[in-house]
Design a protein around this ligand. Structure first.
Ligand SMILES: [Zn+2]
Length: 490
């Protein structure tokens, strides 16, 4: 029997505010442990929470960008559980009246072919169930496994940091779709400037619900939750593992147990964390210390009107305006900065195809080697555009352009300056090229004879020699034409 995976993701994103959700403590990541706490985030008796306006604005932006309907009145609720890094004994979250609901995202998603290449990338719509706000718990650090640790440490700097939780519909049917979906969410939050998307520092965290069912069936199988997926690669590997494990269990006549599992990257497998019987009952109730969160409809409209162009829309515009394929458009809109750089270069050069190749090729390579972001590129978009125009006008060849670009990224000098200083202008002048060609022919009697006896392949040899003599500066078109004339004696 063939099985179909059904996957739903819960993504937690830390909002980029300077202070916490209900107090004025700093949210800086690398401060000394427990230095950023106060009576409110420590849950001391009598301390009262006050909502952070900036956090609400950011959460509303995220909800709108994900197509959610935003409630003008939402309610905070206590989610009760005990954990050493949760001093209040509860998280302040939202339960039955969350900030945003019933959204969707259009994601360009593909299939993974053998060898890992992504093929058939096309637009797919995935539902968003809800988006709600909550405060984060602290961090526990264990020496060894949590169960057997000899020492555990608690850092409460993260306690009370604002999060949005984005709960997706179980619309994903492969690990690649899950990957593309979460990359799209991250990109959207980055475009909005509401999250830094740093998975290593935990600014973006992901849990996955996975089940499988016989292909064609529309009832859901028993689901398993996987936690601890703190990179895109872990997410994809954990899903692949879990889909395979569940398929094996069902194929052998077994039964899937509803449980929470953890991903162990070093062993490349998931393992049981807790079964359904041990699942939490959070005993949600409305937070008595906070009034309902009321949003002015006019303010909401203004926020919506001020949203930037979002990744999906930008991608589609690039595909039509610059005739790019989905894969290229995806890469060129990876960040707001990359998209802006590309667009400036495409327009100024008048050659969007060449601009795409340079930005994804030589420029990306040079930036990677020097550990720079595109915003710090020594070659500006305008300078790269000028280089492309220089190639298109025939002033330099594509091969020489590579040398010019290397020099530009080394020195930050514009193309014209490099070409002049290094004497790299393409030679198209027939008289001077004819002299070089005569020299090459005279020095290669054997090849000349071969050519004249019908082995026309040796033309390549002559072209190569002329290029060598002119340090690659000869115009290949002119060289070919002249060579043919001289070799055939015409
Ligand atoms: Zn505080």
């Amino acid at each position: 029997m063939k099985f179909e995976p059904v996957i739903g993701l819960e993504v937690h994103a830390q909002l980029l505010t300077r202070s916490k959700l209900f107090c004025s403590c700093s949210t800086r990541f690398d401060a000394p442990p427990n230095s950023q706490t106060c009576p409110v985030c420590l849950g001391l008796p009598g301390a009262l929470p006050v909502i952070n306006r900036q956090a609400v604005t950011m959460a509303v932006k995220a909800a709108l960008a994900l197509g959610c309907r935003v409630r003008t009145v939402s309610i905070f609720a206590r989610k009760n559980y005990f954990y050493p890094d949760l001093p209040k004994g509860y998280q302040i979250s939202q339960f039955d009246r969350p900030l945003g609901e019933r959204g969707s995202v259009a994601v360009f998603s593909g299939e993974r072919a053998d060898g890992g290449k992504i093929v058939n990338r096309r637009e797919k719509v995935f539902g968003i169930t809800r988006l709600h706000m909550e405060d984060d718990a602290g961090k526990s650090i264990h020496e060894g496994l949590p169960e057997t640790a000899s020492k555990s440490y608690v850092n409460l700097n993260r306690t009370g940091v604002p999060l949005v939780e984005i709960v997706g519909e179980p619309d994903l049917h492969s690990s690649q779709e899950a990957y593309d979906y979460v990359v799209h969410l991250r990109k959207t939050l980055l475009y909005l400037g509401v999250c830094d998307g740093n998975m290593e520092e935990g600014s973006l965290r992901c849990d996955a619900n996975v089940s499988i069912r016989p292909e064609g069936s529309d009832t859901l199988g028993t689901k398993v939750e996987i936690k601890n997926l703190n990179s895109f690669r872990f997410l994809q590997r954990a899903l692949d593992y879990e889909i395979e494990r569940q398929t094996r269990v069902l194929s052998q006549g077994g039964r899937i147990v509803q449980e929470t599992r953890l991903w162990d990257e070093s062993e490349g497998r998931t393992f049981t964390m807790r079964s359904k019987e041990e699942a939490h009952d959070y005993r949600y109730f409305p937070e008595p210390d906070l009034p309902p969160l009321r949003l002015d409809p006019e303010w909401l409209e203004r926020i919506e009107a001020e949203l930037p162009e979002l990744p999906g829309a930008k991608m589609k515009r690039f595909m039509t305006e610059y005739a790019l394929g989905a894969d290229d458009a995806l890469l060129l809109t990876a960040t707001v900065e990359t998209a802006a750089y590309y667009e400036e270069c495409a327009r100024a050069s008048g050659n969007p195809r060449a601009a795409a190749n340079w930005v994804m090729g030589d420029l990306a390579f040079a930036l990677k080697n020097s550990g720079r972001e595109i915003g710090e590129s020594p070659v500006s978009a305008g300078d790269l555009a000028e280089l492309i125009r220089t190639i298109d006008s025939g002033e330099i060849s594509g091969r020489i352009a590579k040398t010019v670009f290397e020099e530009m990224s080394r020195t930050g000098e514009p193309a014209a300056g490099v070409i002049r200083r290094m004497g790299l202008r393409q030679v198209s002048d027939e008289a001077s090229l004819a002299a070089v060609i005569d020299g090459v022919i005279a020095a290669s009697p054997k090849q000349l004879e071969e050519y004249r006896s019908g082995k026309t392949r040796v033309l390549g040899y002559f072209v190569g020699q002329v290029m060598k003599e002119t340090r690659g500066q000869a115009n290949p078109g002119v060289v070919n034409e002249l060579l043919l004339k001289k070799l055939t004696g015409a």
